[in-house]
Design a protein around this ligand. Sequence first.
Ligand code: NAD
Ligand code: LMR
Length: 332
Amino acid sequence: MAKNPLRVLVTGAAGQIGYALVPMIARGIMLGPDQPVILHMLDIEPAAEALNGVKMELIDAAFPLLKGVVATTDVVEACKDVNIAVMVGGFPRKEGMERKDVMSKNVSIYKAQASALEKHAAPNCKVLVVANPANTNALILKEFAPSIPAKNITCLTRLDHNRAMGQISERLKVHVSDVKNVIIWGNHSSTQYPDVNHATVTTSKGEKPVREAVADDNWLNTEFITTVQQRGAAIIKARKLSSALSAASSACDHIRDWVLGTPKGTWVSMGVYSDGSYGIPEGLIYSFPVTCEKGEWSIVKGLKVDEFSRAKMDATAEELAEEKTLAYSCLN
Ligand code: NAD
Ligand code: LMR
């Protein structure tokens, strides 16, 4: 029997990530090839004409799974009955800025849109915040939408996770799908900690730890980490625009795995509300390794954390605590 359509909200849909993301959703890349969708696209008044242009293109592309398009600048109409909300709306950083430099512009958007989602989205709506500073925007959304369960509000660190796998695959000259179980701990910022201590690679001789396969701890503990931490800045430098196709694709990966489940024996990284696991304070949206089943994520427990990792995991948690204070000062 044909499935009922799911309503998927994309905010900032006239922007560059939005333009890459909406056709992926309409093609079934986010929710599967048998899941019809109705796209809700929100942007602000100055982008209304461009947004309508995106709607025209969606119609012209004749996507079999796309059962309807709502293109609006009205946040209430945009949020009405949505099952999935991908929050991309906001301002991107420019060359030379840190992601938290866009804080004052973006957190107020998340405070305002929290209430609309809380009041008008479908019960159990799953929320993914992409706009930067992603963890702190997600936290503000959570705090100003207290009736949405904390477990339903997440932020995107899957792009960093995919970048880490990409760097290992380039180094080992293996396909990226042969690398698994890297972890991004913490903030989607330059303090994030890409950790390969539990990652493996599959070669013709079977599965082995990434550390053993790379056989260069110095590279793994220095250049690999900074390359992943600074990849967003490197893309901005090269394109004069921040990442878009990789961000859109990773957002699809995030929602797909959350809704449809992670493959057996594999975890992914998601920014989620900390329950105190690994000594990370509650009250922060922090990226952890998670597995997903039946539409629910759970933090992978019991991984061994060495001294090097501990220091890096704590440093990125401290930055998130500082961002939280800064966010509240911007809202006051
Ligand atoms: P963009 O400027 O091309 O698009 C953003 C869109 O948001 C614009 O169309 C703008 O009009 C719209 N917008 C602004 N305020 C809004 C509001 N209140 N409601 C709805 N829409 C609003 O930017 P982009 O390159 O698409 O990036 C979007 C965001 O995603 C930025 O904050 C960027 O830093 C972030 N980002 C995050 C990741 C990640 O991995 N978490 C990756 C890439 C980009
Ligand atoms: C990214 O990681 O590419 C995005 O967060 C954009 C940025 O500002 O780095």
